[in-house]
Design a binder for this molecule. Structure first.
Ligand code: 13P
Ligand code: SF4
Length: 359
């Protein structure tokens, strides 16, 4: 896909962009709402009507039937989910259409269908429930809905696993092996009950016995931002700041999650910072824009990024600028909305609504 902002928007000053955004909002009034994910740039968050994690924002998208237009400052799978949940009279726009999620792209439908076909010999849909993370394409959400499964986010994954394992013998979880594994542990499973399906290998690289014994089959996928955190970062941080509390996102590797004091969705991390007593020292293992915003918002607490070495930035979340937002707000009637075609939309809706029902 090619996308380039007109020069006028690329060259505008920050003050001009902010004025144009405010004016455009006034012109449209309450027929439009702006959703911003916690990883967005601080200057973009300033213009959000709703700020949240991917679960919270999907609930907003499902409930704000009063608006005609939803501008989603986040990444592509989030805007797709909003379109699936929105009513027919509503349109969803992604201000920077190039903002994707590499993790969501790690579960290609050709590989998923091949894996599902292979697993027929282990009972298929009768015995295995597909559960997909919100960070997936609409096609994988639709596959999940069509095969009796549901969607989850980092804030409700244990509830989704409970739902799955009360009804089927096994869960096939897409596409984040770390979130899946960490959720399995939270849920009380043992490491040996979980196996990783490597889509690049015949039979997922697993023996029949391994599949037979597994309770959770984890798709081999990860978030490149969160796998930069290591248990050594946790150890060094504790050595340097004996009173530190460490909070991480469950997309981090299992040994990081195990060594941290707490883990949870982006909203969980925000609440953790908000409710910590003044004077607290908090190291955060997640995307840098959220960490910087927390540090700015709570100057009475010492808040910093856990690794100290790398800069855990999600380049895709970072793509959305004030320039994009101004352009989108002033021109959305001429822009292409994010539209999930049928029957993908209806099948994906089944899986998303199941998530909303159980949480
Ligand atoms: P949350 O669901 O916690 O907002 O996380 C979304 C995400 O993409 C984390 O990398
Ligand atoms: Fe995707 Fe990772 Fe960015 Fe979240 S932080 S949107 S999982 S690439």
């Amino acid at each position: 896909m090619y996308f380039s902002l007109p020069t006028e928007y690329r060259e505008a000053s920050v003050d001009e962009l902010k004025d144009r955004i405010r004016l455009a909002r006034e012109r449209v009034g309450d027929r439009l709402t702006i959703l911003t994910h916690h990883y967005q740039r601080v200057e973009v968050v300033e213009f959000g009507d709703h700020l949240g994690d991917s679960y919270g924002l999907s609930k907003v998208a499902a409930s704000r039937k009063d608006v005609e237009t939803i501008i989603f400052c986040g990444v592509h799978f989030m805007a797709e989910a909003a379109d699936i949940l929105a009513a027919a009279h509503q349109k969803v726009y992604l201000p920077n259409p190039l903002a994707g999620c590499p993790m969501a792209d790690m579960a290609d439908m050709v590989d998923v269908l091949q894996a599902w076909d292979y697993l027929k010999q282990f009972g298929g849909e009768k015995k295995i429930m597909p559960i997909s993370y919100m960070n997936t394409t609409a096609s994988l959400k639709a596959f999940t809905g069509k095969h009796g499964g549901l969607i989850c986010t980092s804030s409700n994954a244990p509830a989704a696993f409970k739902y799955g394992l009360e009804r089927k013998d096994k869960v096939f979880f897409f596409p984040d092996e770390n979130l899946g594994y960490n959720t399995g542990i939270k849920f009380g499973l043992k490491p040996e009950q979980m196996v990783i399906w490597d889509f690049a290998r015949e039979g997922g690289g697993l023996s029949e016995e391994q599949i037979d014994r597994a309770t959770i089959i984890l798709w081999k996928g990860h978030c490149h931002v969160h796998i930069t955190f290591t248990a050594e970062h946790v150890r060094l941080t504790r050595e340097q700041y004996p009173d530190v509390r460490i909070v991480v996102h469950p997309e981090c590797p299992p040994n990081v999650v195990a060594a941290a004091d707490a883990n949870g969705s982006t909203s969980f991390i925000v609440d953790y910072c908000r409710t910590a007593p003044p004077g607290s020292t908090i190291a955060i293992g997640t995307e840098i824009n959220l960490v910087s915003r927390m540090a700015m918002q709570y100057p009475d607490k010492k808040i910093f990024e856990l690794s100290g070495l790398t800069c855990p930035v999600c380049a895709n979340m970072y793509r959305t600028t004030l320039n994009d937002l101004a352009y989108c707000l002033e021109n959305f009637t001429d822009l292409e909305p994010i539209m999930v075609p049928e029957p993908t939309k209806s099948d994906a809706l089944v899986a998303l609504e199941k998530m909303l029902e159980i949480t």
